[in-house]
Design a protein around this ligand. Sequence first.
Ligand SMILES: Nc1ncnc2c1ncn2[C@@H]1O[C@H](COP(=O)(O)OP(=O)(O)OP(=O)(O)O)[C@@H](O)[C@H]1O
Length: 231
Amino acid sequence: MSSIVRIENVFKEYTLGTSRVHALKDINLQIGNGEFLAIAGPSGSGKSTLLNLIGCIDIPSSGKIYIDDRDTSGQTPDQLSELRARTIGFIFQTFNLFSVLSAEENIEYPLLQFKELRAAERRERIVKFLDIVGLAEFADHRPNQLSGGQRQRVAIARALATHPKIILADEPTANLDHKTGEGILQLMKDINRNSGTTFIFSTHDAKVMAMAERLIRIEDGQLVGEDAVHT
Ligand SMILES: Nc1ncnc2c1ncn2[C@@H]1O[C@H](COP(=O)(O)OP(=O)(O)OP(=O)(O)O)[C@@H](O)[C@H]1O
């Protein structure tokens, strides 16, 4: 399996007033194309920081990150945002949908940045991904007309619509009840199996961890172990 993400000797520090926070300390990690991987750890352990670095939302203080064999260090902000737009889809714990847009408009929104995509192709993708997440009948509903689980399904469709190689999900089930959260994880897993899209998600929920195929543990900014999960 080729690596879609390669992290080498990555450190991340934040300065807070006069003190320094060592959020990540010497992280080394390779993630294969098509993996379904969970990053688990307590609050403040560095999960979001790690996801933000993989997502090229932030850059390491030192060390290297390769995404799809591209070295992300030394790239301009424009090059990084292009890499992000074409390679990575994001799912957030708070869904982050536009409240004034319908489900289908939310899914279309990231597609508008790709000038080569014509309206007919955008429509095709909206219909396809609404169907995959089981919301074909809710196309014209706004977020406040949808349940939490349905909102996260719209967010999944939106993340998939750009055909990313990697989907990053920071605590995707944190605002959902257990049953709904498990449904969301199962949907992500089905999509991973059917499409080969790599999924990397963070969680501190044991039930969600149990659904991962690979589980890495982070504590106090360091990787402390890995479980192979058999599913
Ligand atoms: N922008 C920032 N400025 C200063 N410190 C930060 C910043 N972002 C994160 N930190 C610190 O870095 C450490 C790791 O935070 P991070 O958000 O990555 O943890 P987490 O595991 O995602 O936690 P949670 O589960 O609570 O979201 C924490 O000590 C946090 O306070």
